[in-house]
Design a protein around this ligand. Structure first.
Ligand code: SF4
Length: 469
């Protein structure tokens, strides 16, 4: 039963926030704006942390061992924030074959990994049979590896490319998704969420599905019993009200999925993760930073804030400079936004810290700003690393970050079941005797030749295995 919404209450009143923490009161969009703009960041973090402790306890914070597999970088869309996509004719355009995918999963299994996160560009050269054969092979070779794959924009293109039967988008999605589920798809990642508000989405996600299609895809997944995650990429042209509208849609659609499908074993949004836009090598990143031009007064309203509306109805015509400037988010804005997401998304179980984009230390601080989970050991990443971010952590480092933040690290699976609780001396971090052997390792980056990838081989040592890749 969702908590009550009382927009008339003063959300800055500790008694009101105490009810939010207890799950008895829901934050309204207008109240969220007040929290964002009027509450000191450490206070907002304190309340978000209290809510996290209410849901997850004081003791344990989690991580998962999975591997990002970006099976192709060929993509029909042209998102302006993307440095990863290729048209298909370039030298570094690629599509992995089945053996390459299986080899990556074998490496993952070798370090105790439990799931793959497999996403790619929207590549119209790949038929449905390519995906089904790949899923079948993965499950045949690695029946215990959870396959978390294909984000909503990919599914919307699958419907376009494969022309499945059905008179509605839902029916067509159901047809493709059922086949993939039967072949081995376990759950769906929340990639491509970006910002839902149409004015922003049309500017930054050229060729990518709209919010209605994104949310509908996830609803069909929930109906078919699959859990999903939700994401938000912020800190570009959007206003603060756009972020809150984004939270609101996730919360509303989560309510509907729980009400409609839970009793019959349906899925839901299990996790939410947000991260700031990374600008290197992207068309959007060439936009000037707001407030730094000689003709701008630092007190001028950011165009995104002038355009944004809490109900998502903002029109780009409201400001002549909308979409021409970015407002990049630093650590404080990231933490503030994440803390707000924890308080707002009262029906989403897990909030993940975004250390991949923010760096390990800020990700660690994020555990005190509403996050309960540090995400994954990072063996490979191709999408945000193409935009200039190359943070990489292995299991001992991830455990140490969690422990140094004051919690007991625990490995989890995709369902957030605890697999290993690291309380003793044989823990991945506590058994390290020489940290110089586990620090500062480079990511594997797909398609990077010897010239482009200065450190092509990485050795990661865990208590289970030593793997080179
Ligand atoms: S973000 Fe995804 S959908 Fe958009 S261009 Fe890049 S690969 Fe394609």
């Amino acid at each position: 039963m969702p908590a009550h919404l009382r927009d008339d209450l003063d959300i800055l009143d500790p008694a009101v926030l105490t009810d939010v923490v207890a799950g008895e009161l829901r934050v309204s969009p207008r109240q969220a704006m007040r929290l964002y703009h009027e509450m000191a960041i450490q206070e907002l973090g304190r309340w978000a942390d209290a809510r996290t402790r209410h849901l997850h306890g004081d003791r344990i914070r989690t991580y998962v061992i999975d591997r990002n597999i970006n099976y192709t970088n060929v993509c029909t869309a042209k998102c302006t924030f993307c440095a990863f996509r290729r048209d298909g004719h370039e030298d570094d355009a690629y599509t992995l074959d089945e053996d390459q995918v299986l080899e990556k999963i074998a490496e993952l299994a070798g370090i105790g990994g439990t799931q793959i996160l497999m996403q790619g560009g929207m590549n119209r050269d790949l038929p449905l049979s390519w995906y089904l054969d790949l899923l079948n092979s993965i499950k045949e070779s690695f029946p215990d590896i959870h396959v978390h794959a294909f984000s909503p924009p990919e599914f919307i293109e699958f419907v376009e490319f494969f022309d499945p039967p059905g008179g509605t988008l839902e029916a067509r999605l159901r047809s493709v998704m059922r086949q993939m589920q039967a072949a081995g798809l376990d759950s769906i990642p929340g990639g491509g969420g970006e910002i839902f508000a149409p004015a922003v989405r049309r500017k930054i996600g050229l060729g990518k599905c709209d919010a209605q299609a994104w949310l509908t895809t996830m609803r069909v997944a929930h109906e078919l019993g699959m859990n999903t995650s939700a994401t938000m990429m912020f800190g570009h042209i959007e206003g603060i009200a756009d972020r809150i509208h984004h939270f609101e849609l996730i919360r509303q659609w989560q309510d509907r999925s729980i009400a409609d499908f839970s009793a019959a074993g349906g899925g839901r949004y299990k996790a939410f993760i947000s991260w700031p836009f990374q600008r290197e090598n992207t068309p959007l990143g060439r936009c000037r930073e707001w407030g730094q031009g000689p003709d701008q007064d630092p007190g001028d309203d950011f165009p995104g804030d002038v355009v944004a509306r809490l109900d998502g109805t903002g029109l780009k015509s409201a400001h002549a400079d909308f979409g021409r400037y970015v407002r990049m988010a630093g650590a404080a804005e990231y933490l503030r936004t994440q803390a707000l997401s924890r308080l707002y998304l009262d029906n989403v179980y897990s909030i993940g810290a975004s250390w991949v984009t923010m760096g390990p230390s800020i990700g660690q601080v994020g555990l005190h700003y509403g996050a309960n989970d540090m995400g994954s050991v990072m063996m490979e990443e191709n999408v945000v690393s193409a935009a200039g971010t190359t943070h990489c952590l292995n299991e001992p480092m991830l455990c140490r970050l969690i422990r140094d933040a004051g919690f007991l690290p625990a490995q989890r699976d995709n369902e957030y079941n605890l697999l290993r609780l690291h309380a003793f001396d044989d823990a991945p971090d506590l058994s390290v005797t020489d940290w110089s052997t586990v620090r500062a390792q480079r990511l594997h980056i797909e398609g990077a030749g010897p010239q482009e990838q200065p450190v092509p081989t990485v050795e990661i040592t865990t208590e289970r295995a030593t793997v080179s890749y």
